[in-house]
Write a protein that binds this ligand. Structure first.
Ligand code: F6P
Length: 322
């Protein structure tokens, strides 16, 4: 491998910059050139590509977002465009590609590799929804943003004796809700993967039982994938008479300084990805599994299934009883 291209794709995540830095510096130290591809696969199609130096990734290790910008690129589903992208790689001398993103981004990488470019994916998403890995870059930072927000909400919720319904991100995946719910002592956690968790009557029962035991406020975490968080607060008020408010945390969960855990995983995965490409490997996804960095074939990784952490949900049911 003589030149590695690096891009970020899909939703951004804290730690992506640390990962770009690791890819760039470790490749340069191996004598490999590095090209930064901007705006995900869009930049690859349009040739929005810049040469990276050790200096171009200085002072970004602690910054959220991605200096390479990111985008979703529906055009990339068309085989003609995949071929065009591989031709663009050749124009810039790129023979290895590191893609930091989620499952959709890995599918795109696979499509480029069909035309002779070696590719490696790195899991970057706050959602922790990539089956082959126990960790995705950005997750810990997002959970910590939620924790911080809820500690603030708790103050005002307790002062007014309210029920706070907090909607957290995770379009299809309840991990942020589960971790944040456990970490903040939420009364209930509602996730899309489990019907019982999202049952309205169950949540109302918990609120009323905890109030009957003397609790004066409540926190209900709703994962985005469950939906209807505004409506939920209204219904809780109608049924229980308890003043309820919804807070949708939204994109603030994707911003801010990455935590140490995110910078660590981002850096280690970046170095690992470059090592794979330097060895001539292709079609691999870097993963963190059972405490070790490993890699899987992209197709194998995409076919894997991972259950949501119901052990966290059950533990929270046990310990959130007032
Ligand atoms: O990054 C993943 C995620 O945050 C999902 O949880 C969420 O549904 C989605 O991205 C929203 O992203 P956007 O608004 O950028 O499309």
């Amino acid at each position: 491998i003589r030149t590695i291209g690096v891009l970020t794709s899909g939703g951004d995540a804290q730690g992506m910059n640390a990962c770009i830095r690791a890819v760039t510096r470790s490749a340069l130290n191996k004598g490999i050139r590095v090209m930064g591809i901007r705006k995900g696969y869009n930049g690859l199609l349009r040739g929005d590509i810049v040469e990276m130096t050790a200096g171009s990734v200085a002072d970004i290790i602690h910054r959220g977002g991605t200096i390479l910008y990111t985008a979703r690129c529906p055009e990339f589903l068309e085989p003609d465009n995949q071929k065009r992208a591989s031709e663009m790689c050749k124009v810039f001398g790129i023979d290895g590609l590191v893609v930091i993103g989620g499952d959709g981004s890995f599918r795109g990488a696979k499509d480029v590799s069909k035309f002779g470019i070696n590719v490696v994916g790195i899991p970057g998403t706050i959602d922790l929804d990539i089956a082959c890995t126990d960790y995705t870059i950005g997750f810990d930072s997002a959970v910590n943003v939620v924790m911080d927000a809820i500690s603030r909400l708790r103050d005002t919720s307790a002062s007014h004796e309210r029920c706070s319904v907090v909607e957290v991100m995770g379009r299809h995946c309840g991990e942020i809700a589960l971790w944040a719910g456990l970490a903040t002592g939420a009364d209930a956690i509602m996730i899309p993967e489990d019907k019982e968790s999202a049952d309205f009557e169950r949540v109302v029962r918990i609120i009323l039982e905890n109030r009957a035991r003397g609790k004066n406020h409540n926190i209900i975490i709703v994962s985005e994938g469950v939906g209807g968080s505004q409506e939920l607060a209204k219904r809780i008020h109608e049924v229980t008479g308890i003043d309820s408010r919804t807070t949708i945390l939204g994109h603030i969960q994707r911003g801010g300084r990455p935590t140490a855990l995110d910078v660590k995983h981002a850096s280690m995965m970046g170095v690992y990805a470059v090592e794979l490409l330097a060895k001539g490997e292709t079609d691999r996804v870097v993963a963190y599994k059972n405490g070790q960095y490993v890699d899987y074939d992209i197709d194998e990784a995409l076919a894997m299934h991972r259950d949501v952490s119901m052990d966290i949900w059950k533990a929270n049911v046990d310990i959130s009883t007032y």
